[in-house]
Every structure is written in structure tokens, then in C-alpha cells.
Design a protein around this ligand. Structure first.
Ligand SMILES: Cc1cc2nc3c(=O)[nH]c(=O)nc-3n(C[C@H](O)[C@H](O)[C@H](O)COP(=O)(O)OP(=O)(O)OC[C@H]3O[C@@H](n4cnc5c(N)ncnc54)[C@H](O)[C@@H]3O)c2cc1C
Length: 803
């Protein structure tokens, strides 16, 4: 065994082997994979082998397309058959909601370069005579879908990697991973130790145990999963052509041809987490006892929809475990807080996803960033709150909802209340409708008391619409109040704090008492943050940003700290707080604070430490609503006191609680984008318009790439559009069309209540980005006229905010 390697990958399932292949292919040959048993000895050997492109996240769908398109080439590169059957496949809707979902998927496919089209039910019956088409109302066809041989694929990745110069060892269980002072890892097996610059946890079913070797607790959970294989079916025996694959959403099941029979898999309505306290080390090429009663109901539905199955004998019933993460998506990337430790775990559809996971991880390791935004798979989207117990609860929920529709306004019920603030019960009593982000509850909108706090999931406007309108009106006319504990706060203290921020942030770093807005860029000029920098003292700074991205940003800051004399901390949980917004916000604040908060004494983008309602606070003059506004941050133990004082002082000013939905509506009419939607690593500063905040007179990460793009001009641009609709708004990811051709897509949108206009933000080619350009946006399969706006529809000069 080698004594040194650039990378050691732990785990020889499909995910580990794909990473090894991609690293070698992109130029890192000095990589070794260690497998405790034979390759495929976890989930990979007993997978059903069905492949499809659709996923909840467009970039994951895109990467699933990449994975499937790679198979033929992989066969050639490795000399190993992958058993690919490119039969094509359909996604079947048996009710209107699923039909709407499929229309939305087709809209996404237009810009993802995937070739999905609706086919008639007669066509479904022609392509798959075993299906009863009367059970369905629509079918979306994807020619990429089909099936592969799981072992063949895994071995093909490994063999191709070997041909490219990488190596793997079987029967080489990793028993220790010990980090040296230089950040490299000693990876210990019974046969020897390899010193590696980087290690990758691709332990699949044993991802938790591999994590424990390095002190890492992962919130992943293996789940039991069943599929059955029938005896030969006469109608199939008679055919020459292989049947297409299919997914029946309402039935929560997938099916395909296997031999001359069929394979039918289903996600049980009540899931069974497997080996909750840890995967046994001696579990190998084994299966679990089938639990027919767990899937009986779903099978009956399957027999109704594919009647030939009811008469076919069952040849094999498989129950095998595979690992889920808390939101059902993979967890990949550098683990925040650890050096040179990479994860590729919780990959629950390895044969659809492993190619994309391997590609992104290899790019990330070699080039420092993946080609596309992998936020939906980034392990940093979870933090400490995602405990192993939380992982089991959420993984179970996601398993049960595998093919169950989640509407854009829907929040999932399990694992809720993991993090709450001191006013949670008070806000609940006032009718708060909650969502969780990074484990923390925040109010979406306020109903008329707890009894009224409910909302039906829908693609259209919900009953919340009128309540949100009320909140927006109060902010625009009087004063509104929002809890902002969920904003991220990063602190930088020390001699080199300014120097450091000047290097990592592309914009101006403010002087004491002032605040600036700044993009943060990757070396390739992609957006990695859209952040608010505040200077509390010459050597003390605070950055406010996306709460969801706090660990992603922490990882970025920590990875650039070397050589600087400063202390960095993610203090998001150390400060909770409130935003006050509206024309009467100053009056309200002045009743709570002895400072002079007049427009001259406390200007727009000022910050100071002071006392508000008699408690120590960091007070800023900022607002994301586009109104005169303040943000007040206090340590959590003061939050309740401050809350009560604000309520009392605001009583005669028409003070209204408002939530995230109203805030999102108000920022739309200001044409402001938000992180994770409009601003993310898929886009650059010039494309997003955030280049307006760049300070070109200094050096910063990504400057060269940003300057090159500035010289050439961006090829696409973020624009704000009005959309002519009566009762429906975009929910993100809709196609934008010009003369019937897809030219871009919506990144966010909704209803702008004050200006009473449905709106969207999205990226279009620069030549179509001029104000007034007429476009179309496809919402639930219908085309709506859209027009690019010139300036913000509300207060374009910002007079209210600065006043
Ligand atoms: C019944 C069933 C049906 C499925 N059907 C499909 C399907 O149709 N399509 C699809 O895309 N996906 C399907 N899947 C999911 C798919 O099997 C998994 O997503 C995939 O196998 C995960 O691969 P992995 O490499 O992450 O994990 P694993 O396959 O579990 O591999 C992990 C490897 O790490 C090794 N290892 C663990 N600890 C150590 C250590 N300490 N040292 C060295 N090696 C170690 C293990 O021995 C193992 O080989 C199915 C799964 C099941 C259970």
C-alpha cells in the first residue's frame, strides 16, 4: 500500500468510485480509494438501478443529466459494461397538482438543456401497454431515463480511474484517521498507513462511523427500502423492445422492466430507519428481512395502475438500507470547522447522482470551486443544530415524502422547533405562521391569532396573501416590526481585521460607525456572498448576511485567515434582534433610546453600540424593506425585554408585526435580489449588478476575473420584471421566453403588495436586458406577458430609506 497520497477516499461504493474517477480525470492521479470489503459492499450492490433526471433542485437535475450522459463514455473508458438501457421514461401525474408540478418541471427543463416533453396518454399506452392509462391525466417524457447495472457502474468508475492512474484497495478498512499538525491526515488500515493531504468520507451506509473516526457527527440515517421483481410476464416476453421506465408520483413508486418481468419499488408511507445507533461493522453483502405489510397498500395501488403486475408471481423481494440526509439531498464539500476533510455522504440516488457528485467534488478539490452552484448539496447548509437525532427525524420525513409534492409555500412539519428564540410563544399567540431556516424558527406572516394561523399548500396565491398585504401597508404607512434573529452575524476583531476584509470583500470596507454593502467573490469571479460590512471600531467589524449560508461563509472566512492577526467568530446565535421599518420608525426608536436618532445625528448606514429600551444593543440604520429603518441586535437574554418595550412604545403608532413574506414582497418592489436565489455562485458580480459595489482601487479575491468580465461585458444580466397575472405569481425557476424561445429563468419573485404588481427577478441575455423589453414567463404551463422595469417601482431614488 502507498505511504502517501494527495487524496484518500474512504468507501468504494458508487459515490467514492465516481470521485476517484473524476479526480484522476481532472488531473489528480495520486489518489487512493480504500474499501473495507469488496467494491459495492454498502448500498450500491442492491440498488434497483433506475435512472432519471428530475430532482427538487434545478442544478441537481442538471447534474443528474450529466451523470446519465456519462454512462456510455464510462463504459468505453473502463472496458466494463454498465448495463445501460436508455429506454426513456415517463413521470406520471394522476391529479391536477402533480400535473402542475410536471408543467413546472418542463419549464425548468427548457433552460437546463434537458429534453422533456409531454406525451399523450395514448402514447403512454403505446409505449407501455401494461399501464392502465385511465389512471393518469398527464405524462412527461424524458428520453434520458432508463436503468443501469449498479455493480457494473461502480466497477466501471473504479476501473476507469485505475486506467487514468489512480488506485484502489479492497479489504482495506480504515480504522483510524489522525490529523497531523500540518493539516494532512494519517489514514490507518490493518495493512498500513497512508498520509494524505485530503480525505473524503464516502462511507455511504457507514458515513456516520467514518465521521466518528475524525470526531464528526453527521445527521444522516440509513433507511430500509423495498422493491420487488416479478416472474416473467407474457406481454413482455412477446415484446422485442424494452419497456420504458416510469415514476408514479401519487403512488410514490417507480418501475421498469427487469429481465422479462418488471421491477417495482416504492417508498413506504411509514418509513423504517435502520440501525439508528450505528451501522454494524460486520454488515456486508446482506439484505434485510422484507416487510410486506409495510408496502402492501402501495403495491395494491401499483397493481391497479399496472394490472399485469397483479397476475405476475413475485420472484424476488428486496429490502436494503440506503442513507438519507435531512432534506433528502446529498451532503458534499469541505466540512466547516475541519481542515482538508471532505464529505460525500447522504447520496440517496447514487446511480442518478454520483457522476455529478464526483464531478463537483473533484472540481472543488482541484480548482477550489465547483463549476455550478452546489448549494443544494453543500454540507455547509447544515450546522450544529443538525444533530444525529435531528438527522433521523428529518431523513425519515424525506424518505416518506420521496415522491410527495412539496408546494412552494409549504413548510415540512418534522424536526420543527429545533431552535427558537425567547419570543417564540409570544409570536405564536399573535398568530405567527412559522418556517424554519438553519433550524431556527422565523415568522412568515401573522394571522389573526393562533386559531387562524394556517395555510393550504398551493402553487397559487394562498389565504396568506391578504394578511401579507396588511403587513406591507403598515410598514409603508406607519411602522412595522420583524424579528431578525435569523440573520447571520460574523465578527472580526484584531489588528489585521481591516486588511483581511479588504482582501476577501470586493467592496469598500467602511470607517468606524459606518456600514457598506459588498459582494464577496471567488477567484473565478463568481458571487460567494452579498454581505453588509459594519465597522464598530478601527479593529472591530461585524458582517451581516444570509442566515442559511452562515456556515458556508464561516468556512470561506476561516479558509483565508492564515497570515492575518485577527479573531474571527460566527456570532449568529450570540445576537438576536429586531428590525423596525416605516415612516414612524424613528419616532418609535426615539421613545426607546436616549441617543439623538435624528436623520443628521444617525444617518443611513450608521452603526453604534448603545442602549435601546435600557438594554445593551448594536443599533444600525438599515432596512431591507426600502423604508426608513433600523436593525437592533441584542444578546438573546435581552431580547424579550426589548420586545415588550417595543410593543408598548409602538402601541399608538400603529405598530404591526410582519414576517419574511412581507419583507420579500417589499424588496421586490425595490428590485433587490437575495442570497441563495438571485445572488449565488452561478452568477458573477457584473451579471448580478453587484459590481456597482466593487472598489476597483484595491486588490481583492476575484479581482482579475471580475475585471476581465467588466472589459468584455457580461453575457447575461439580472433584471426585474412585471408580470401580467391575476391570481398566480412565480415561485422561482420558471422559464423566461422571447418569441417562444427560452432565454433565461426566474430566480425569485412574487407579489409586490404596495405597487400591486406581480413581479420576478431573473437572468436574461444582455441584449434582452434593456428596460421595456417584452418577454414571457411560463407559470404552471401558461405563458404570461412580462416587461423589464427601468428602476425600482417603489421609491426609486431611495428618499424614504435615506430620509
Ligand atoms: C433497495 C435499494 C434500491 C435502490 N435503488 C436505486 C435506484 O434505482 N437508483 C438510484 O440512483 N439509487 C438507488 N438506490 C440508492 C443507491 O444504492 C445509493 O444511493 C448508493 O449506493 C450510495 O452509494 P455510496 O457510495 O454513497 O454508499 P455505499 O454503497 O454504502 O458505499 C459505501 C462504501 O464504503 C465502505 N466503507 C464503509 N466504511 C469504511 C471504512 N471504514 N473503510 C473503508 N471502506 C469503508 C463500505 O464497505 C461501502 O462499500 C437504492 C438503494 C437501495 C437500498
Amino acid at each position: 500500500m502507498e505511504s502517501h497520497a494527495k487524496v484518500v477516499i474512504i468507501g468504494g461504493g458508487v459515490v467514492g468510485c465516481s470521485i476517484l474517477f473524476h479526480l484522476a480525470r481532472f488531473g489528480w492521479k495520486d489518489c487512493v480509494l480504500l474499501e473495507r470489503n469488496e467494491l459495492t459492499s454498502g448500498s450500491s450492490w442492491h440498488a434497483a438501478g433506475q435512472i432519471h433526471t428530475i430532482s427538487s433542485d434545478p442544478n441537481i437535475s442538471r447534474l443528474q443529466g450529466y451523470t446519465i450522459k456519462l454512462y456510455e463514455e464510462l463504459e468505453e473508458l473502463s472496458g466494463q459494461s454498465v448495463g445501460l438501457h436508455s429506454t426513456g421514461g415517463f413521470y406520471l401525474a394522476s391529479n391536477k397538482d402533480w400535473y402542475d408540478y410536471l408543467k413546472r418541471e418542463r419549464s425548468k427543463a427548457r433552460y437546463m438543456g434537458l429534453d422533456q416533453e409531454f406525451i399523450s396518454l395514448e402514447e403512454v399506452a403505446r409505449l407501455h401497454p401494461l399501464i392502465d392509462p385511465k389512471r393518469y391525466i398527464a405524462a412527461l417524457w424524458d428520453p434520458l431515463d432508463g436503468d443501469i447495472d449498479p455493480s457494473g457502474v461502480t466497477y466501471a468508475y473504479a476501473k476507469a480511474a485505475k486506467r487514468l492512474g489512480a488506485s484502489y484497495h479492497t479489504h482495506a478498512a480504515v480504522i483510524e484517521t489522525n490529523q497531523r499538525a500540518d493539516g494532512s491526515w494519517d489514514v490507518v488500515t490493518a495493512n498500513g498507513t497512508i498520509n494524505a493531504e485530503h480525505i473524503v468520507n464516502a462511507g455511504g451506509l457507514w458515513a456516520r462511523e467514518v465521521g466518528h473516526l475524525s470526531g464528526l457527527n453527521l445527521p444522516v440515517q440509513p433507511m430500509e427500502h423495498h422493491y420487488l421483481i416479478t416472474e416473467s410476464i407474457p406481454q413482455i416476453e412477446e415484446r422485442e423492445e424494452r419497456l420504458p421506465a416510469g415514476i408514479d408520483y401519487e403512488g410514490n413508486m417507480y418501475f421498469r422492466q427487469e429481465g422479462k418481468g418488471m421491477l417495482l419499488g416504492t417508498y413506504e408511507p411509514i418509513a423504517t430507519p435502520w440501525s439508528v445507533r450505528g451501522t454494524p461493522q460486520d454488515f456486508g453483502h446482506e439484505l434485510l428481512e422484507p416487510q410486506l405489510d409495510h408496502i402492501a397498500e402501495r403495491l395494491e395501488l401499483g397493481f391497479e395502475r399496472i394490472p399485469a403486475l397483479a397476475d405476475a408471481g413475485i420472484k424476488d423481494m428486496i429490502n436494503g438500507p440506503f442513507t438519507f440526509g435531512p432534506d433528502g439531498n446529498p451532503m458534499i464539500g469541505p466540512v466547516p470547522g475541519m481542515r482538508n476533510y471532505w464529505a460525500a455522504v447522504g447520496v440517496m440516488a447514487g446511480f442518478c447522482q454520483a457522476g455529478g457528485v464526483g464531478k463537483c467534488l473533484a472540481e472543488w478539490m482541484i480548482e477550489g470551486e465547483p463549476e455550478v452552484d452546489v448549494w443544494a448539496m453543500d454540507i455547509a447548509r447544515f450546522g450544529d443544530y443538525a444533530s444525529p437525532e435531528y438527522g433521523t427525524i428529518k431523513s425519515t420525513e424525506n424518505y416518506e415524502r420521496r415522491f410527495i409534492l412539496t408546494f412552494p409555500n409549504e413548510t415540512l412539519p418534522r424536526g420543527r422547533g429545533q431552535r427558537t428564540t425567547s419570543i417564540y410563544d409570544r409570536l405564536t399567540a399573535r398568530g405567527a405562521v412559522w418556517a424554519d431556516g438553519f433550524g431556527l424558527e422565523h415568522a412568515l406572516w401573522f394571522a389573526d391569532g393562533p386559531e387562524d394561523a394556517h395555510e393550504d399548500p398551493t402553487f397559487r396565491r394562498s389565504r396568506a396573501h391578504d394578511y401579507v398585504a396588511r403587513e406591507v401597508k403598515a410598514v409603508r404607512e406607519n411602522v412595522g416590526f420583524i424579528e431578525i434573529a435569523n440573520f447571520a452575524k460574523h465578527s472580526f476583531v484584531g489588528r489585521d481585521a481591516r486588511k483581511f476584509l479588504d482582501h476577501v470583500m470586493a467592496g469598500n470596507v467602511p470607517g468606524p460607525g459606518r456600514i457598506t454593502l459588498s459582494p464577496m467573490l471567488t477567484p473565478k469571479g463568481k458571487l460567494y456572498g452579498d454581505l453588509t460590512i459594519a465597522c464598530l471600531g478601527e479593529e472591530e467589524f461585524m458582517i451581516f448576511g444570509s442566515g442559511a449560508a452562515q456556515e458556508m461563509h464561516r468556512r470561506w472566512f476561516e479558509s483565508h485567515l492564515d497570515g492575518y492577526d485577527l479573531q474571527y467568530r460566527n456570532e449568529s446565535s450570540r445576537y438576536h434582534g429586531f428590525g423596525l421599518s416605516g415612516p414612524k420608525a424613528r419616532e418609535l426608536l426615539s421613545r426607546l433610546c436616549r441617543d439623538d436618532v435624528s436623520g443628521e445625528a444617525f444617518k443611513f448606514r450608521d452603526i453604534r453600540r448603545t442602549f435601546v429600551a435600557g438594554v445593551p444593543a448594536i443599533l444600525t440604520r438599515l432596512s431591507f424593506s426600502g423604508e426608513l429603518g433600523y436593525e437592533i441586535y441584542v444578546q438573546p437574554e435581552y431580547q424579550l425585554r426589548l420586545y415588550e418595550a417595543i410593543l408598548q412604545a409602538g402601541e399608538d403608532l400603529g405598530l404591526q408585526h410582519y414576517g419574511a413574506r412581507a419583507l420579500m414582497s417589499m424588496r421586490l418592489e425595490k428590485s433587490w435580489g437575495v442570497w441563495t436565489l438571485d445572488f449565488r455562485p452561478d452568477f458573477t458580480a457584473a451579471q448580478s449588478g453587484l459590481d456597482a459595489f466593487i472598489n476597483w482601487n484595491k486588490d481583492f479575491i476575484g479581482k482579475q476575473a471580475a475585471a476581465d468580465e467588466r472589459a468584455a461585458g457580461p453575457t447575461i444580466k439580472l433584471v426585474a420584471m412585471t408580470i401580467d397575472t391575476d391570481d398566480i405569481d412565480v415561485c422561482n425557476d420558471e422559464a423566461i421566453l422571447k418569441d417562444g424561445v427560452c432565454v433565461g429563468y426566474v430566480t425569485s419573485g412574487g407579489y409586490a403588495h404596495h405597487v400591486q404588481q406581480s413581479m420576478a427577478l431573473g437572468y436574461v441575455p444582455t441584449e434582452l436586458a434593456a428596460a421595456g423589453t417584452a418577454l414571457e414567463v411560463e407559470i404552471n404551463g401558461e405563458m404570461y406577458a412580462a416587461k423589464i422595469v427601468d428602476a425600482a417601482l417603489y421609491d426609486p431614488a431611495g428618499a424614504n430609506m435615506r430620509g
